[in-house]
Design a protein around this ligand. Structure first.
Ligand code: NAD
Length: 337
């Protein structure tokens, strides 16, 4: 209740470069005096029968209890009899929306200068429902599930996000001219929600046209909301506009306001343990977590320190063409604070 009571948040350092970049987040949060107390959970080495996964029940309970967390990349061990770690998290915590802010980093030149987009991906159904079967030899079928409930929920989140962040427009991305029933229902739900937000402009853009417009001029868009598969593809396209995997954050929103922030990239086994990883993506993910908690002062301070460090150009990791180690880059950010 008082300002000095720390907020408990779950931290999954994850695999590969995960622990190195998580360490960077912990040090920067400490330097910025962020009132967060981390509850660290590691991926187990055995399958927990309660989750059918290497993720323990206790670690899921930690996120459920704290309602907020940060997740490093997780490499799902290959083998039978267990569920993918990311799928387990998504299903068990009902992480229904994946939010990816994507903006040009000042001083880091790419083909585009003024990217400032938010993609919001439906995270629980669509083509990723996992309902595939063989009808007869040589013919398979995959079910694309779209429900009114999940579509309304993600549309509601998109408009709420737009309003809360002073955004002007929400574009629903679809292929309803072909997928008349499924994408048609998705659009119908978006339209219903749009009516409740007259101050936010609403438009519908066919996905192929959306791709063309994005690479031609990303400034044509503001907030984009879309079904699962389109969101998977479009958000990677957007990441490519601003410089790649080392930079792009995301946040998963779950039932009851759970927020689990995570970098978009994987465990980068090729550079793991070498102090070479760029912690920016996980750091900016942690910033989205702070914004979710309305800790905007801390979020601004950390975000500015990261952006200033990259803009200055003296300390950059190898993926951005520099020669700094993870720890040197982290220290440079702390000095900026
Ligand atoms: P990856 O993202 O780990 O690596 C792709 C390339 O990008 C590599 O060359 C890597 O060195 C580089 N890279 C990634 N993040 C970087 C960073 N922060 N700084 C500098 N360079 C970076 O993708 P992959 O190799 O396909 O996957 C490796 C493992 O990660 C797999 O086990 C995969 O299942 C897992 N994975 C997990 C998640 C997740 O937890 N959300 C996402 C994607 C992949």
């Amino acid at each position: 209740s008082s300002a000095s009571t720390p907020i408990r948040a779950t931290l999954f350092p994850g695999d590969g470069i995960g622990p190195e970049i998580a360490e960077s987040v912990k040090q920067i949060f400490q330097a910025a005096e962020v009132p967060i107390e981390w509850e660290e959970h590691y991926v187990g080495t055995e399958i927990d029968p309660r989750t059918q996964s290497f993720l323990t029940w206790e670690s899921l309970e930690s996120v459920r209890r704290n309602r907020v967390g940060l997740k490093g990349p997780m490499a799902t061990p290959i083998g039978k009899g267990h569920r993918s770690l990311n799928l387990t998290l998504r299903k068990e915590l009902n992480l229904y929306a994946n939010v990816r802010p994507c903006y040009s980093l000042p001083g880091y030149k790419t083909r585009y200068d003024n990217v400032d987009l938010i993609t919001i991906r439906e995270n629980t159904e669509g083509e990723y429902s996992g309902l595939e079967h063989q009808v007869v030899r040589g013919v398979v079928e995959s079910l694309k599930i779209i429900t009114r409930q999940a579509s309304l929920r993600v549309a509601e989140y998109a408009f709420h996000y737009a309003k809360a962040h002073g955004r002007e427009r929400v574009s629903a991305i679809h292929k309803a001219n072909i997928m008349q029933k499924t994408d048609g229902l998705f659009l119908k739900c978006c339209r219903e929600v749009a009516e409740k937000y007259p101050e936010i402009k609403y438009e519908e853009v066919v996905i192929d046209n959306c791709c063309m417009m994005l690479v031609k001029n990303p400034a044509l868009f503001d907030v984009l909301v879309m079904p699962n598969l389109y969101g998977d593809i479009i958000s990677d396209l957007c990441a490519g506009l601003i410089g790649g995997l080392g930079l792009t954050p995301s946040c998963n929103i779950g039932e009851g306001g759970i927020a689990l922030a995570e970098a978009v990239h994987g465990s980068a086994p090729d550079i793991a343990g070498k102090n070479l990883a760029n912690p920016t993506a996980l750091l900016l993910s942690s910033v989205t977590m702070l914004r979710h908690l309305d800790l905007h002062d801390k979020a601004d301070r950390i975000q500015n320190a990261i952006l200033n460090t990259i803009a200055e150009g003296k300390y950059r990791t190898a993926d951005l063409g520099g020669s700094s180690k993870t720890t040197e880059f982290t220290k440079a950010i702390i000095d900026q604070l």
